[in-house]
Write a protein that binds this ligand. Structure first.
Ligand SMILES: C[S@@+](CC[C@H](N)C(=O)[O-])C[C@H]1O[C@@H](n2cnc3c(N)ncnc32)[C@H](O)[C@@H]1O
Length: 500
């Protein structure tokens, strides 16, 4: 197996039932922050449609000159020796030169070949067997769009080239095995950071792939620069509790999360958040009821019937098509407003008449605005006014209020929002002090509040592996915390602390 630490064997128990398939429960009581699993990836792969170098994983369109079947970028001299040698042997069996070109046509062929190479290697046999036990949802996928795409782009070309028969026990390498392997990747792979900023790829972890999903999980997953996965508890977990991490983005609405889970992972999530039409009172999916003007008149989707109904008057409803169109248009407008803070603010004001202030589209806008404000505040040449600081503080507070409900335990998102809030509050206090609007006592009180928030944020980031952006942020925060304490010491000495 790809290296797995002993924590998993000691703290976890694998079970099985009708609804979840295989799932994992806590074998002992587990403390918040405690590690349950550290695991190396069994496979690192591009997202469907992308082609990535088999060595450095950067996007590329070139192939290895030796095996000619796996991608290799111009900057890398070689990829894994076993894979390259074995593929070169297999390629030598191809009848015609154009077969190689045909096998280079669709990027997904590379995914199937990488899975089959695990099966070829003595050393990785065990990993391949474990991979084969993973859920593929073969029957639910049979005949679906994705099945037909794989049939056309992977199975048919590999069969036509006559390559499959030359793999070990080639008679067993058939269409069903290929569909199973590709299904296993789709259902189980984790999204990981790609070498290019802001793009993603996938990695398969055979142990971590056993954990079930909840939109209110008790586990966190963190992946470091070496693509080593760490799974840790985000709260105290009692022995016997089912262990869950979240397969989707927690800052999406219920319909969107459930759609992603249904179409990509083939199940209906029935967690407490999905079953509550107000999403635990956060209103992440709620619309303003245009019919009743009273506060609290929000239209929510009833989980059983799917009807969009006002919480105050059940006769006030919205048509699902109206909801879908409005959200689609709002997302398009956000996309077109890219990085223009004035357009974002206008859109936020316009949408606030239709959507709850915590609606996930509104939160997306608020996050975008806060990110631009961060850049403005970092550039002192802009000489930002008090209002700019106050706007960012307000946005951070609004985002935090939602995160506190949907991520009550240790949360990376909450830690970052808290850090942003703390920093902005401290910067504003320093500015006001330097402009003599604050005295030393007021500045000290603000910095003390900042210290509490920074400590709280740091406490949540301490469990992140060092070689991750969040681990790095934690180190910066430690430094900033020290500087803050130095400043506070100076303020405690009255003669030094006075503004001049
Ligand atoms: C990553 S796998 C988890 C391990 C899998 N149960 C197995 O037997 O290998 C994801 C699959 O587990 C099942 N699953 C995970 N969480 C679930 C949930 N909350 N409700 C129902 N099924 C779930 C679904 O079949 C899903 O496609």
């Amino acid at each position: 197996m790809a290296c797995v630490t002993e924590d998993f064997a000691k703290k976890c128990e694998i079970k099985q039932n009708e609804m979840l398939g295989r799932f994992v429960v806590a074998a002992t009581n587990i403390k918040a922050g405690e590690t349950l699993l550290l695991e190396e990836p069994t496979l690192v792969l591009p997202n469907v449609g992308d082609r990535r170098c088999s060595n450095c994983h950067k996007l590329t369109n070139t192939f290895c000159s030796k095996c000619q079947l796996l991608s290799l970028c111009d900057e890398c001299a070689q990829h894994e020796t076993f894979d390259c040698t074995r593929l070169a042997e297999l390629k030598a069996q191809l009848q015609q030169e154009e077969d190689v070109q045909k096998l280079q046509t669709h990027a997904e062929i590379g995914l199937a070949l990488k899975c089959l190479l695990l099966r070829e290697s003595q050393e990785k046999q065990r990993q391949f067997e474990q991979m084969l036990q993973m859920e593929a949802h073969l029957e639910l996928r049979r005949g679906s769009e994705i099945w037909c795409n794989y049939e056309e782009q992977v199975v048919a070309p590999l069969q036509a080239a006559g390559l499959l028969a030359h793999f070990r026990n080639g008679d067993q390498v058939n269409a069903d095995l290929l569909q199973r392997l590709l299904g296993i990747l789709d259902v189980n792979a984790f999204e990981i950071r790609a070498p290019e900023r802001e793009s993603a790829m996938r990695a398969l972890y055979v142990r971590a792939g056993l954990f079930s999903h909840s939109c209110m999980p008790n586990l966190m997953a963190a992946i470091d620069d070496e693509r080593r996965l760490k799974i840790y508890a985000n709260r105290f977990i009692a022995a016997g509790e089912i262990l869950y991490y979240c397969y989707t983005n927690v800052l999406l609405g219920t319909e969107e999360r459930r759609h992603i889970l249904k179409t990509g992972k083939y199940f209906d999530c029935n967690c407490a958040r999905c079953l509550d039409p107000t999403e635990l009172g956060t209103h992440l999916s709620s619309f303003v009821c245009a019919t009743c003007a009273c506060p609290g008149g929000y239209v929510v989707r009833q989980p059983g019937s799917g009807v969009w109904q006002c919480l105050l008057n059940a006769e006030h409803t919205l048509k699902p098509e109206f909801v879908a169109n409005l959200l689609e248009r709002a997302k398009e407008e956000i996309f077109h407003a890219k990085d223009d803070i004035y357009r974002y603010e206008l859109l936020l004001a316009k949408l606030s008449r239709l959507l709850h202030g915590n609606h996930y589209v509104m939160l997306d806008l608020k996050q975008n605005i806060a990110a631009i404000l961060r850049q403005i505040l970092q550039n002192m040449a802009h000489r930002p006014s008090r209002k700019v600081y106050e706007r960012k503080i307000r946005l951070c507070q609004e985002i935090l209020l939602v995160l506190k409900v949907i991520q009550p335990g240790i949360s990376r998102l909450k830690a970052i929002a808290l850090y942003e809030l703390a920093n902005t509050q401290a910067e504003l206090a320093r500015k006001l002090y330097s402009e003599q609007e604050y005295g030393a006592d007021e500045l000290l009180a603000e910095l003390q509040r900042t210290e509490i928030m920074l400590r709280e944020s740091l406490r949540m980031l301490l469990y992140e592996p060092i070689a991750t952006p969040e681990g790095n942020l934690a180190r910066c925060m430690l430094r900033e915390l020290k500087e803050l304490q130095e400043d506070m010491k100076l303020l405690l000495v009255p003669s030094v602390g006075k503004a001049n």
